[in-house]
Every structure is written in C-alpha cells, then in structure tokens.
Design a protein around this ligand. Structure first.
Ligand code: PBG
Length: 332
C-alpha cells in the first residue's frame, strides 16, 4: 500500500459524499431561453441546423413563454425572423412601432407579465446586407455613430413596448451610453441594459443566422463582422470592452459565445462586480446535437456538462437553447 495520508478520492466515494462537496449547481433560475418569432399564424417552423428549435408565431410564442415561466425559467430573449420584403439597406423596419418584435413583446407582457423579456438591439434582422449597423454609401464601412443613433431609438421603442432588459448586441462604440441616455430621457429609468460586451466575431453564430435569415439576406454564410465584433484571440480587448460598457451604464455584462471563451468569462468575472451573462450560441448547441445524432456523444450529459462549465467559469446567467429541456430535467 502507498503511504498516502492525503487521498482526495475519499470525497468521491459515494453519491452522498459527492453531493456534499459539489461546488457548482445548475438551476432553472440561471437560464434564459432564446426564442424566434415570425409573422403569421402557421405552425411552428423547425430551424434545420438547430434540432428542437422553432420559429413561432406570436400566439404560439406566448404559450411557450407561459410554459417556460412555469418551469422556473425567469427570462426569454426574443429574436424576430423578418420577411425579406421588409428588409432594406437602412433597417427602416427597426423603427416601425408596429414591428413584429414590438407586437410580440406587448403580447408576452399582456399574458405572462412576470417573465423577464429581453430584446436585441442591433440592425441585422432588418438589413438586406445582414450587418448590425448601417453601411456607408459605397458599402465599404459599417458606420458607427449613425448606427448608434438608430439603435438608441430602437431601444426606446422596445422599452415602451415593455421590455425589461434591452440587449445591445451590435458592438458599435458608445452605444451603451447613448442607449442609457435615450432611455432615461424618455422616462425609462427602470429598463436595464444587458450589454453584449465581449462579443466575438465567431463562426459559431452560423445556425442563428439561418434562423433569423441574416445569412441569406447577405447571400453568404460568412458574413464578416470583424470590424465591430472582437478578434477571437483578444482577451485584453475583451476586458476593455466590458470596462467601457460598465462605465457607460450597463447593468449586466455578457460574453458570447460561451464554451470556447471560458477564460474570458473567468477574467471578466474577476474584473467586475456586475452580474455576468454568457450566451451558449447556436453553433455550440448545434455541435452537441450533431454529434449526438451520430451516436458519438451523449446529448443530455454533454448538454449539462457544457452548461455547468459555463457556470463554473463565472456566469451568473446563461442564454441557451437548451434552457427549457434542462429546466424540465431539473424539475421532473
Ligand atoms: C445579432 C446576433 C447574433 C446572435 C445574437 N444576436 C448573430 C450575429 O452577430 O451575427 C447569435 C446568437 C447565436 O448564434 O445563437 N446581433
């Protein structure tokens, strides 16, 4: 026998002992369900690259919200999939007071008022080119300040519709400050800002772009957002972005994607006292599903492990397409 006074395996010997020393837990309250909405009254449309994810019409989406609330999920993040005929170069539809997203928010707030509703502030669902901001006349540059002006107006419309948290996901400079000011000027002092602060120019957004049609709008799957989203190799710059958003008045900071960026999540957790959100994006979801479909990975165990790891790294809340099924598995 080895002369080993210290044997860490003592604390892993039985399920009961393991449960006593467990450090990280997933709760339904940690989860935010992203949902896609479409105009019309047809049955939910499946998103091919995201098994189990659908585009809902408004009334089906409201039913879904009610179920999520019953499962203990506190919040939903809603994304509109807009008909191509409503898209243009300048994202006109983004400021339509009767737009799909605003009608959806009002419907949810009328029926499930306690559910926290989060909406994206970015122009990509509304632009023919699929970018999050406005383009210069020659199409070469995504304009910063002009885009921020539209984004601030968009945020005010969302607040008026009853959104609890607006979530600027556009990565334009100075947008959090401008949005805060616009919200306050319009009396929306209690509408919070969940800032997509460290949002990387990631290839893992592919399935999402299929779901909202921003990839097909651009006519390519490789919509290049590198002049505003972060370089995947840049950690210091990610921290700087979160510091700026915090200084400009963000209430919650976000890291996105989540799984491939756990180090960033950890750093930001240590660098701020604000709550930190992480977005397990469409491609992270799709890859677990794809491997499971092939029989190569166990779907539920990989799902739970991926989320636990994001929490362990420092996330206080996680946007994930797995939210509903995880909440179900925690409850039953
Ligand atoms: C757009 C936006 C994107 C996502 C959320 N908001 C995609 C993008 O930046 O192109 C991605 C979410 C996901 O992949 O699940 N502003």
């Amino acid at each position: 026998m080895l002369d080993l006074p210290i044997r860490p395996r003592r604390l892993r010997r039985t399920a009961a002992i393991r449960s006593m020393v467990a450090e990280t837990f997933l709760r339904s309250e940690d989860l935010i369900q992203p949902l896609f909405v479409v105009e019309g009254d047809h049955a939910p449309e499946a998103v091919d690259s995201m098994p189990g994810v659908f585009r809902y019409n408004i009334s089906d989406l409201v039913c879904e919200c009610r179920e999520l609330g019953k499962l203990g999920i506190p919040a939903v993040a809603i994304f509109p999939s807009i008909d191509n005929s409503l898209k243009d170069d300048t994202a006109t539809e983004a400021l339509n007071p009767e737009s799909l997203i605003l009608k959806t928010v009002r419907a949810i707030k009328a029926e499930v008022p306690d559910l926290v509703v989060i909406t994206d502030v970015a122009l990509d669902p509304y632009t023919t080119h699929g970018h999050d901001g406005l383009l210069s006349d020659d199409g070469a540059v995504i304009l910063n300040d002009e885009s921020v002006e539209v984004l601030a107006k968009m945020a005010v419309l969302q607040a008026e519709a009853g959104v609890d948290l607006v979530a600027p996901s556009d990565m334009m400079d100075g947008r959090v400050g401008e949005i805060r000011e616009a919200l306050d000027d319009h009396g929306h002092i209690n509408t919070g800002i969940l800032a997509y602060s460290a949002k990387f120019a990631s290839a893992f957004y592919g399935p999402f772009r299929d779901a909202v049609g921003s990839a097909s709008a651009a006519g390519t799957h490789h919509l290049d957002k590198r002049t505003y989203q972060l370089d995947p190799g840049n950690r210091k710059e990610a921290i700087r972005e979160t510091e700026l958003d915090e200084a400009e008045g963000a209430d919650i900071l976000m890291v996105k994607p989540a799984g491939p960026y756990l180090d960033i999540l950890r750093d930001i957790r240590g660098n701020s006292t604000l709550p930190i959100a992480a977005y397990q994006v469409s491609g992270e979801y799709a890859q677990i599903h794809a491997a499971a479909e092939k029989g190569w990975l166990d779907l539920e165990r990989c799902r739970d492990e991926s989320l636990l790891a994001i929490k362990r790294a420092g996330a206080d809340m996680i946007l994930t397409y797995f939210a509903k099924e995880v909440a179900q598995s925690l409850k039953y």
